[in-house]
Each structure stands twice: as structure tokens, then as C-alpha cells.
Design a protein around this ligand. Structure first.
Ligand code: CU
Length: 287
């Protein structure tokens, strides 16, 4: 027996077995992580994308998934490797503080995170600043109101102006938003009860969505558009949508807003230009 070994034979064997088991377990976690991500990618990934703005969101999402995946595989792989190695050497190496290493991984992490944050801000700006909405092309505006527990949409009508709203004029049957009957701008407003019919949006337009709430905080979430924004009482939150694919897509409320939150769903109906114009005319004629 060599002089340097002070560990008894049987203890060394047990150590090796524990080390092998632990490293195999870590490797299983690693493989399970990769396999479940690949499975989820096939089965439960994001719904098909139907807007231009959403493409940038998907790109950033994918880049972040790749970055996190690389870090996950590297760290878990190294962990398995070190556990296995440690069980086979008599003495573990230990050192306290390594300035170069610590500065290195802190700076590398900070650079990666800052890059993602800046990329995210760029997308946020495109979704939320009026300049982005006005940058050429056809535009439309719609107000979307959250209320317990359905969505109501309002279009300005032929005059392009929304009428004033006030609580005192509210009537759940005939005037759910409380549009002021004395305001001429409100006479031609088109109101759509989202619990009864889908909320139309034109394809190929830059649509400004003005989000408002009648009661509590709701969140307007349309997964196909990659859009989610809170509707806050007393506040108008704007975002811009540029849908490209006609069809009906689900709206869900993504903010726990009361006992009926679970049923607060609706649909947007993305329409082709001709269908959209015909719809506007038909609604205008009904006013
Ligand atoms: Cu809600």
C-alpha cells in the first residue's frame, strides 16, 4: 500500500460508490432538464405568432432560452463531473477567494444580463411609444375596457373621436361604459361587448390599443399577439398591435381580478381590410 493513502480501503470504496451515485443523479437531472425542454418545445410551446411586433419578442425569448440552456448544461455538467472526481481523489482541493475568477464571472453575467435588458427595452419601446405606431402604414385605434368579468371594446366611429365617459351614465344593458349622451363625439362610438362577440382588429394596421378598467386591475393578454398589459382603473395604458393573420384568437385576463376571474375570456377577431371596412360601415349605419 502506498504511503500517501490514509483512507481505509472499505471507506474509499464507499466514497467511490456514493460519488458515482451522486454524479449519476446530477447527470439524470441534467438529461431530464434537456429532455423535458425538448418535449415541451414539441407539445406546449407558444401558440402560433400572428403579429410583426411579436416576432422580436419571440426572437429575444429564444435567445434567452439558449443562453439559459447553455448555462444550465455547463453548470450541471460541471457539478456532476466534480462530484465524480472528488469521490476518486483522496483530498479535495480547497482555496478561499479567487479574485480573478470572481470578477470574471460577475462581469460576464452582468454583460449578458445587461444585453438582454437593453434588447428588451428596445422591444418595449416599439410596443409602447406612439412614434412606433405612427411610423407609416394604416392606423386604427380601439379602447379596450376590462370589467368584472368581461372585456368591452370601443371604437371612435366615423368622426375618429371618443366621447367622454362618466360613471353616472352607466347602464349595464344599454351603456356599459357610461358614454356621455350629451357629448356629440360619443354619438357614433361603436361599443362591443366582448362577452357576446369577438373584438374586431384589422390585419395590416398599426392599431393603438388604449387599455382602461371600470373597476379593478385586469390584464389584457392575447398570447397569439405576444401582448400582455395591465388595465388599471383611472389610467390609460397604450400599446400597439400590428396583427397580420386574420382569424379569431383568445383574450384572457392575466390578473386575478375577483371571483369571476377564471371566466374572463374573450376573443379578438383579426379581419382582412375589406371585411374590416364593411364591419365599420355596418356599425356606423346602425348608430
Ligand atoms: Cu380580469
Amino acid at each position: 500500500m502506498e504511503a500517501r493513502s490514509t483512507v481505509p480501503q472499505d471507506a474509499e470504496g464507499a466514497n467511490r460508490r456514493t460519488g458515482t451515485l451522486a454524479s449519476v443523479l446530477v447527470a439524470i437531472v441534467l438529461l431530464a432538464g434537456v429532455a423535458s425542454t425538448l418535449y415541451a418545445f414539441q407539445r406546449w410551446w407558444l401558440p402560433p405568432l400572428i403579429s410583426e411586433n411579436g416576432a422580436a419578442i419571440d426572437r429575444l425569448f429564444n435567445r434567452q432560452m439558449v443562453a439559459m440552456g447553455v448555462v444550465f448544461v455547463l453548470t450541471q455538467g460541471m457539478l456532476a463531473w466534480f462530484v465524480w472526481r472528488a469521490s476518486r481523489s483522496e483530498r479535495a482541493l480547497y482555496w478561499h477567494e479567487n479574485r480573478r475568477l470572481e470578477i470574471g464571472w460577475t462581469v460576464a453575467t452582468a454583460v449578458v444580463m445587461a444585453t438582454f435588458i437593453l434588447m428588451g427595452y428596445q422591444i418595449w419601446a416599439a410596443l409602447h411609444t406612439p412614434a412606433a405606431a405612427a411610423a407609416g402604414g394604416k392606423t386604427a385605434v380601439v379602447e379596450v375596457w376590462g370589467r368584472q368579468f368581461y372585456w368591452v371594446a370601443r371604437y371612435p366611429g366615423p368622426d375618429g373621436q371618443f366621447g367622454a365617459v362618466d360613471r353616472q351614465f352607466e347602464d349595464s344593458q344599454n351603456n356599459p361604459l357610461g358614454i356621455d349622451p350629451n357629448d356629440p363625439a360619443g354619438k357614433d362610438d361603436i361599443v362591443i361587448d366582448g362577452s357576446k362577440e369577438p373584438i374586431p382588429l384589422p390585419a395590416g394596421y398599426k392599431v393603438t390599443v388604449r387599455l382602461r378598467s371600470k373597476d379593478v386591475i385586469h390584464s389584457f393578454f392575447v398570447p397569439h399577439l405576444r401582448v400582455k398589459l395591465d388595465a388599471v382603473p383611472g389610467q390609460v395604458n397604450e400599446l400597439y398591435i400590428d396583427a397580420t393573420q386574420p382569424g379569431r384568437y383568445e383574450i384572457v385576463c392575466a390578473e386575478l381580478c375577483g371571483v369571476g376571474h377564471f371566466q374572463m375570456r374573450g376573443e379578438v377577431q383579426v379581419m382582412e381590410e375589406a371585411e374590416w371596412q364593411a364591419w365599420l360601415q355596418q356599425k356606423a349605419a346602425q348608430q
